[in-house]
Design a protein. Structure first.
Length: 618
């Protein structure tokens, strides 16, 4: 694994209708319909909107034999309309449904957590090694017939592991861990390999981006050990909607794409399915544009573990580094009111860079950063700290301040900056890069620092040029650039700069959103909401809006909003509260993993949720 130079992972080619993936093919983008799969007209209309938006695969929920058989009609209608895009059947719980779907879809997705094992109940089960081996034989007996049908019909297969629907068998032996998630997948892949079935794609998804990234990294490592080179489908389940959904997806998916992992992408948003395609396309194009970049001669630091990274050990400087949450730095040049940078709630930047002038009105308690040469002339330096460019390293000793920032590019004289940083533990490094692969250079700098035994904190500064109309692109790009740096445990702070017409508050809120997406800093309520599909039993989007409005002032909560029971309790297992479709117009409410109320009428459920939160808080 090359941490510093972008190159796509080598995989076998998988044939999915007339749109192969993996091998030398481009990274494919896809979405999933939200209409009932028994409704041919609605599915065809929605599938065509997805395709016209640029979707290269269309997935449909296939919960029963009726839905599986109707794929034949949907497929035929699309072909009549001139659309040759492959269809993917999404199957849970019923192997027979998968076998029927394989006759009519170009690819079938099955979930190892519920293909043979019973649905998850969070019960601990005890197995002897012999009993466990018998369970694996049951999987093989039930799975091989599907592989044979797929071979006969030239149907591809996706082994789609969801963190939220791991079986009790896997959970009991491996725990709720990336190792358990990976083993759930590998049990099925070993059978595919033994049966010489190569048209298989894998996905490992979670609503927790940390779990998702670590699990996929571990899966890639385990497959390499067993000489498997299957392509990967990437996605963050229940990412949510709007800005939060885009940021969360870009952070998780972007971190893997940046390391060359991933052959098809779905960005799961609680919006119309065609709205997912431009987000996925921009993310993929942004990452792959760095191909062929100038070589970065980085060296991995001793002791760094890409598979199980821990936060880098640093000595705190005031509130930066150590065990402190990563700080957010904002920029305001030429005076002005720093209040304009405040994105509300707990999203006020920790530091504001003001260049060579301070604002006319300093906010109480606000900390400022300014150019070192202007700082040296200040009479009142309370709450103000200097920043030095690299060529001013000799002047760091001449200025007295409890906190100093040093802009340090990769490629600077390591002996010079190492001597400086060891002599000045009060210096926080600001990592900037103009390289085509900025992630590679910024990683290389921190690894160089770790190898030199330096413990100064590092803030990553990312620079963009976007207008207000390109706000979504800014969010996607900045989250993708920061993804791997955060999941590697290297981030003590984030400083986003934008030379454009985006507001200061938009830039600030994006920075806080990125840190929250990586579970590094909580600044607002997190909504773990699924994108909806044909299984959804209530109006998902209007419900999300009602819950968001009712809980917007509740700091630090995680609320799961799930369309159905398939991933509901599991995928929102780390949420504080859950709202799950239980039947047509019926809702069940959860506190953690425990169901507190069942089958509440939909029109009463939001008020019941608020009451549950209030009662639990008292």
């Amino acid at each position: 694994m090359d941490l510093f130079n972008y190159r796509r992972r080598d995989t076998v080619e998988v044939h999915v209708g007339g749109t192969p993936m993996g091998g030398g093919n481009p990274i494919r983008v896809q979405s999933m319909t939200t209409t009932p799969t028994t409704d041919t007209e609605a599915c065809v209309a929605q599938a065509e909107r997805i395709i016209k938006a640029g979707g290269e695969y269309v997935r449909l929920t296939t919960q029963g034999v009726r839905e599986a058989e109707n794929l034949k009609n949907i497929n035929a209608r699309l072909r009549e309309d001139g659309f040759m895009t492959p269809l993917v059947a999404d199957v849970h719980f019923n192997p027979h449904v998968a076998e029927v779907a394989a006759l009519y879809a170009e690819k079938v997705r099955i979930n190892p957590g519920n293909y043979v094992d019973p649905a998850r109940t969070f019960k601990h089960l005890e197995y002897t090694d012999e009993e466990y081996a018998d369970e694996l034989k049951k999987i093989e007996e039930r799975f091989v017939p599907l592989l044979n049908i797929c071979k006969e019909n030239h149907t591809a297969l996706r082994i789609g592991v969801n963190h939220g629907s791991l079986s009790d068998r896997i959970m009991s032996r491996y725990g709720d861990t990336p190792e358990g998630i990976v083993e759930s997948c590998m049990e099925f892949l070993r059978i595919c390999k033994r049966e010489c079935f190569n048209d298989v794609v894998i996905s490992i998804k979670a609503s927790n981006t940390v779990v998702m990234v670590r699990s996929v990294r571990l899966l890639v490592s385990e497959m390499e050990k067993e000489d498997m080179h299957y392509p990967l489908h990437l996605g963050v389940t229940e990412a949510g909607e709007g800005e939060d959904g885009r940021i969360k997806s870009a952070a998780g998916i972007g971190a893997l794409l940046a390391d060359g992992i991933g052959d098809t992408v779905r960005v799961s948003l609680s919006e119309e399915p065609e709205a997912e395609i431009p987000v996925a396309r921009h993310l993929v194009d942004y990452i792959t544009a760095r191909a062929g970049h100038t070589m970065i001669p980085g060296a991995e630091a001793p002791g760094f573990d890409w598979l199980r990274p821990e936060r880098r050990n640093t000595v705190p400087v005031m509130n930066i580094g150590g065990r402190n949450v990563p700080v957010v730095i904002a920029t305001m040049l030429g005076g002005g009111d720093p209040a304009a940078l405040d994105a509300g709630a707990d999203m006020r930047p920790d530091y504001v860079y003001t260049g060579s002038t301070l604002p006319d009105r300093r906010l109480p308690g606000q900390k400022y950063i300014m150019d070192f040469n202007t700082y040296a002339k200040l009479q009142d330096t309370e709450g103000v700290y200097p920043v030095f460019p690299y060529n001013a390293v000799p002047l760091i000793s001449a200025i007295d301040a409890p906190l100093k920032f040093l802009v340090l590019p990769y490629g600077a004289d390591a002996d010079e900056y190492t001597a400086c940083l060891k002599s000045h533990p009060e210096v926080v490094v600001v990592s900037m890069s103009n390289h085509k692969n900025r992630l590679g250079e910024q990683r290389a700098l921190v690894h160089e620092m770790m190898s030199a035994g330096l413990s100064n904190p590092v803030v990553f500064c990312q620079m963009y040029r976007h207008s207000r109309e390109e706000k979504s692109d800014f969010q996607i790009e900045s989250a993708a650039d920061m993804g791997a740096l955060m999941f590697d445990g290297l981030t003590d702070g984030l400083w986003l700069m934008n030379d454009g017409t985006l507001t200061g508050a938009d830039v600030t809120s994006t920075a806080f959103g990125i840190l929250q997406a990586a579970r590094l800093r909580t600044s607002k309520t997190e909504y773990i909401s699924c994108p909806g599909c044909g299984r959804t039993l209530y109006d998902l989007r209007s419900t999300i809006a009602r819950i968001k409005e009712a809980t917007k002032d509740m700091k630090g909560l995680k609320i799961g909003i799930m369309g159905c029971i398939v991933n509901g309790p599991g995928e929102m297992a780390d949420a504080d509260y859950g709202y799950v479709g239980a039947g047509r117009g019926k809702i069940s409410l959860y506190r953690g993993k425990q169901c507190m109320e069942k089958n509440i009428p939909e029109d009463e459920a939001v008020e019941h949720l608020l009451r549950l939160i209030r009662e639990s808080s008292n």
